[in-house]
Ligand binder design. Structure first.
Ligand SMILES: *[C@@H]1O[C@H](CO)[C@@H](O)[C@H](O)[C@H]1NC(C)=O
Length: 281
């Protein structure tokens, strides 16, 4: 028994430590690439400045990946694998990314209130990310990019992290974008596997302002792209959509090639490929 315990200790002590959540690139965190079709990160030269790569970890597992802009304090996109959703439901709390406060902190999303203590009273938690207080009192919803309704259990809970949300028009979030997410849920059920990207096009100068400080960029548009695989992992279907982040908005469906052109125009950064081989067989 003691020998076994000693052996266990030896083995555990020599396992590599779990990697951090903030990584140098999605390739540097092997689990991050699982959320991209055939491990291919979108070929899209977004400006490198202020851009960080997040492998979203919760409860000791990785659940999705987010490309995040620490200046806008919103994501460029979140990438995930579709799971048949459960009831949807809601959480009452929002996580933040400890490693965006201090790289030596926990590599898992956490509730800000649990992170606060006497030793870090003077630490600026919101320097590189949006905090719950930024959204409090705002007319904008905390709009999920990776939606909770496309996941189950821990992966669903993990979507409730502020690095996965953007200031979203309430009407868009609760009406037409929500309907689109539900429709997509129906469409993607026929896939053996599906890879999804959901992103935001930042505005030139529209912000949630707190104490005269531009805190969180209010994006002009929200977009979605998906790649649906059938048996043998062959592409079966693909597409996406874009919506203006305004009242009375409509969700316009697009093919992947239309979407690439539009995203390129709106961001002035041309898009090569969103999915491996454009999700073609
Ligand atoms: C980061 O956290 C560590 C451990 O809590 C602390 O020693 C260090 O001073 C912190 N760094 C900064 C820049 O706050």
């Amino acid at each position: 028994m003691q020998v076994l315990a000693a052996l266990c200790f030896l083995v555990l002590a020599h396992l590599p430590p779990l990697r951090g959540e903030v990584v140098e690139s999605f390739k540097k965190g092997p689990h991050c690439l699982d959320f991209f079709y055939k491990g291919m990160v979108p070929k899209w030269n977004v400006p490198k400045r202020h851009t960080v790569y997040l492998c979203q970890r919760f409860n000791n597992r990785y659940h999705f990946a987010t490309l995040y802009n620490t200046d806008h304090r919103i994501a460029i996109y979140s990438a995930y694998r579709f799971q048949t959703g459960d009831d949807g439901g809601r959480e009452d709390y929002w996580y933040i990314e400890p490693q965006l406060v201090n790289m030596s902190w926990n590599a898992e999303m956490e509730d800000e209130r649990m992170l606060r203590n006497e030793d870090n009273i003077n630490v600026d938690f919101g320097k590189k990310q949006a905090l719950d207080e930024d959204y409090r009192g705002s007319i904008y919803d905390r709009g999920h990019l990776n939606p909770n309704g496309h996941h189950t259990e821990d992966s669903r809970t993990a979507t409730f992290t502020l690095t996965n949300v953007v200031p979203q028009n309430r009407d868009l979030n609760q009406r037409v974008w929500n309907e689109y997410e539900t429709d997509l849920q129906g469409d993607l059920r026929k896939c053996t596997q599906a890879y999804v990207l959901v992103g935001a096009i930042p505005s030139a100068d529209n912000w949630i302002v707190k104490n005269n400080i531009k805190r969180v960029n209010i994006p002009d548009r929200i977009w979605n792209a998906y790649c649906c695989l059938g048996n043998n992992g062959r592409p079966l279907d693909s597409g996406g959509a874009i919506a203006l982040n305004t009242d009375q908005s409509r969700v316009k469906r697009h093919t992947l090639s239309e979407l690439k052109l539009l995203l390129g125009q709106y961001t002035k950064s041309p898009v090569g490929e969103l999915f491996h081989n454009n999700c073609e067989a």
